[in-house]
Design a protein around this ligand. Structure first.
Ligand code: DSN
Length: 415
């Protein structure tokens, strides 16, 4: 940074401290990642200065020739990356993307069927605390109490009874694959649309290391900053027949001018996600998550569903006599970042939670792999075995720092 320290030293110092925090801690927050420097450069580019309501070739401002070319590039790259018929790259966020899909084909008061937040779903899938839950009438399916996995027979029965206009799938704390073909068959049987929100797994899908919902869903939404390693923003993919309705639902339906610097950063992100090195990172992300679940299992922690098929591990801490908030705090003191999370049928509140969600995208992006996961699992166990012991936390903190020095972050500019 050149100008910021001079123009605004207070803010520059905060950026520097945040970079230092990220550099010296192990990020196991499943919803986070580190964007490459190229993505951040696009985010901080001249496109920030351009207002461009509308879409390429149909803007409400002049001077949009370059912006049009850039947005079209982002759209084409998103379509090619995921094999989609249409892409809208303007959503400011994943929630905006979901809102726009609902608004494109539903009326307020319509019935939808989605996964319960407490079983792994997302706020924007109709939770009462979200505007989505106030505008539409959502019912929710959960996981089977024995297997802790989706029970497609139950979902089918619910769909037959409810006749929802839309079936919503996708989750933020479900560590298993979702059967998109089965869900599409259920949706077709009851004449519902199928929306899959693949925010958490978009990078794994882009790298083709897990199955894609794109061939099965009418609509697919995702954020670009999680496994996909891009900027904070959303994208909608859909069949070409819905393109006009989706575009209108974003602008002017729910957003004004797109944040063009964000669109540019998404274009970079889609470009990088098509490379061999991105694919290698996603493969490592998957393998290390499976290993993390296995290592922690060996140490007596119970992964919900017994393991993982994706980048996250959801631990049930009840067998260890721990709550999620205690575990999260103790680990953070040692420089290991995670988050408390409710588990299916959790007796605790979301503030306490019986679970801890861990993810491997952050550590794999900085180059760590299976060799590093074993000691990390050991540190987690050492901390959680004595969660109130600052001496243990201090010792592990030093080991975490040493590991972080061996795998420096790339792409987080400091002062
Ligand atoms: N959806 C939230 C999460 O999974 O943590 C934020 O990305």
């Amino acid at each position: 940074m050149i100008d910021l320290p001079r123009e605004d030293p207070t803010l520059a110092a905060l950026i520097d401290r945040e970079r230092e925090r990220q550099e010296t801690t192990l990020n196991l927050i499943a919803a986070e990642n580190t964007a490459p420097a190229a993505v951040l450069e696009a985010l901080g580019s001249s496109f920030n200065n351009k207002t461009a309501e509308g879409y390429p070739g149909r803007r409400y401002h002049t001077g949009c020739q370059v912006a049009d070319e850039m947005e079209q590039l982002a759209v084409d790259r998103a379509k090619a990356l995921f094999g989609a018929g249409h892409a809208n790259v303007q959503p400011h966020s994943g929630v905006n993307a979901n809102l726009a899909v609902y608004g494109a084909v539903l009326n307020p008061g319509d019935t939808l069927l989605s996964m319960k937040l407490s079983h792994g779903g997302h706020l924007s899938h109709g939770d009462p605390a979200s505007i989505t839950g106030r505008v539409y009438r959502f019912s929710h399916y959960g996981v089977n109490p024995e297997t802790e996995r989706l029970d497609y027979d139950v979902i089918r029965d619910m769909a037959r009874k409810l006749r929802p206009r839309m079936l919503v799938a996708g989750a933020s704390s479900y560590p298993r694959l979702i059967e998109y073909d089965t869900l599409r068959a259920i949706a077709d049987e009851v004449s519902a649309y199928l929306l899959v929100d693949m925010a958490h797994i978009a990078g794994l899908v882009a790298a083709r290391v897990i199955p894609s919902p794109v061939p099965y869903a009418h609509f697919v939404t995702f954020t670009t900053y999680k496994t996909l390693m891009g900027p904070h923003g959303g994208t909608i993919l859909c069949e070409p027949d819905f393109a006009k309705r989706i575009n209108r639902s974003i602008f002017p339906g729910t957003q004004g001018t797109p944040t063009l610097s964000l669109v540019a950063a998404k274009a970079v992100c889609f470009h990088l996600a098509a490379t061999a090195s991105f694919r290698a990172t996603q493969e490592r992300t998957l393998k290390t998550a499976v290993l993390l679940a296995a290592e922690l299992s060996t140490q007596g922690y119970r992964p919900v569903t017994g393991g993982t098929d994706n980048h996250m591990v959801l631990l049930d801490l009840r067998g260890k006599g721990l709550k999620g908030d205690q575990a999260e705090t103790a680990l953070e003191a040692a420089g290991i970042l995670s988050n408390r999370n409710v588990i299916p049928f959790d007796p605790e509140t979301t503030q306490r939670a019986s679970g801890l969600r861990l993810g491997t995208p952050g550590i794999c992006t900085r180059g760590m792999g299976e060799g590093e996961v074993r000691p990390i699992a050991g540190w987690i166990d050492r901390i959680l075995s004595k969660p109130a012991d600052p001496a243990v936390q201090l010792r592990v903190r030093e080991e975490v720092r040493a590991l972080c020095r061996r795998f420096p972050l790339r792409g987080t500019p400091g002062v």
